[in-house]
Design a protein around this ligand. Structure first.
Ligand code: SF4
Length: 356
């Protein structure tokens, strides 16, 4: 059982982050933010995929001005990602649920105070987003792009906000590789109480990012570190959420939808298991209840796995078994197995829904 590190709880709109709140999964759009229709379309796709909080880049005034209309047309909390230009933060604060800005990047103290005042007025938290690639010059010169520099940068930015009497803070410290990311978060964790947004930045395409994010986020989460997270994948939307949720499910940190146990296949296989698993995944994607379902290629491990699964299927030669909670409920021809199995999965989901 993972024991989560105790952190202060803040709210991004209606979503609690930190404390005992569930670990939320975030993502980010890649549309031009000033293109309201395209941005709303991407956000709604993310929402449908299970995204809890969404972030959009705000690189210019046109994008900042679009936030109001975007916010009206979405139903999940919206974070404005701003670099350097405090005026954009002031415009964004009128419409969004959280501002991501590093106070150390926006210049003189009066600007920090103005952003803090705007956030206080609307109860908005600020995410300090340290990135190994854009550290403050004095820290990069002293330490290079190291975890130590990232921790110092986070502490420096936190202090700027605390000095302005602002503590509704969450912190991220991302690098593009696993080791620096993990070391930075581990280094800062005992030093502050603020919730952490964890992630590996610029993690790459699907394959690379899935591996990097699983190692980094998995290691941190097993240490009890992390209150909200993003898996970043180049050019993807729904898959970021799918990977993030799967990491949380794999660690037992959320119970959400079906967990499919399927065998890797081997020479003992006598059925088309690969397409069967693919179809099962597609046809159970709508289920929100936590169910373990197992699809196995032969009797060698199938019966053992079936004991722990809510519903299981064990293929054999031309026929197979459907097993519910460890009990064999049907022995059928291979052509009939999958449909019966899916019926049993729907029944189990309905039963779980009624129980909840
Ligand atoms: S369950 Fe059977 S078919 Fe699947 S990998 Fe194991 S031994 Fe091979």
């Amino acid at each position: 059982m993972i024991k989560r590190y105790p952190t202060k709880q803040i709210f991004i709109g209606s979503v609690a982050v930190g404390g005992s709140a569930p670990i939320s999964v975030q993502s980010m759009t890649f549309s031009k933010t000033h293109d309201v229709d395209a941005t709303v379309e991407q956000i709604n796709r993310l929402h449908f995929a299970g995204c809890d909080i969404v972030r959009v880049s705000v690189p210019d005034e046109e994008s900042a001005a679009a936030l109001k209309e975007i916010k009206k047309r979405i139903a999940i909390p919206l974070v404005a990602d701003i670099h350097f230009n405090y005026r954009l933060a002031l415009i964004a604060a009128e419409s969004v649920d959280c501002i991501r800005i590093n106070p150390g990047n926006i210049g003189e103290k009066s600007r920090i105070l103005e952003v803090v005042r705007a956030c206080k007025e609307r109860n908005l938290p600020i995410r300090i987003g340290v990135n190994a690639g854009s550290l403050e010059k004095h820290l990069e010169q002293k330490y290079g792009q190291t975890p130590q520099a990232m921790v110092e940068s986070a502490l420096y930015n936190i202090k700027l906000l605390e000095d302005a009497d602002f503590t509704e803070i969450k912190v991220s410290m991302k690098a593009s590789d696993v080791l620096r990311t993990v070391e930075a978060y581990r280094g800062l964790r005992p030093l502050v109480e603020y919730p952490f947004h964890i992630g590996v930045t610029e993690a790459g395409t699907m394959f690379g990012s899935t591996v990097k994010s699983s190692i980094a986020l998995g290691s941190l989460l097993m240490d009890g570190i992390g209150d909200t997270m993003r898996v970043s994948v180049t050019g993807e939307l729904e898959n970021e959420i799918k990977i993030g949720k799967t990491i949380l499910k794999s660690l037992g940190l959320i119970k959400d939808g079906v967990n499919i146990i399927s065998c890797p296949t081997c020479a003992r296989l006598e059925a088309d298991l690969v397409s069967a698993v693919r179809e099962v995944e597609e046809r159970t994607a709508h289920i929100k209840e936590p169910l373990d379902i197992s699809v196995m290629g032969c009797a060698v491990n199938a019966l053992g796995e079936a004991k722990h699964a809510d519903v299981a299927i064990a293929y054999g030669k031309g026929e197979g078994l459907v097993i519910v909670k460890g009990e064999i409920v049907a022995k059928l021809k291979e052509t009939e197995l999958k449909e019966r199995f899916l019926e049993e999965v729907e029944k189990a989901a309905l039963a779980a829904r009624k129980e909840a």
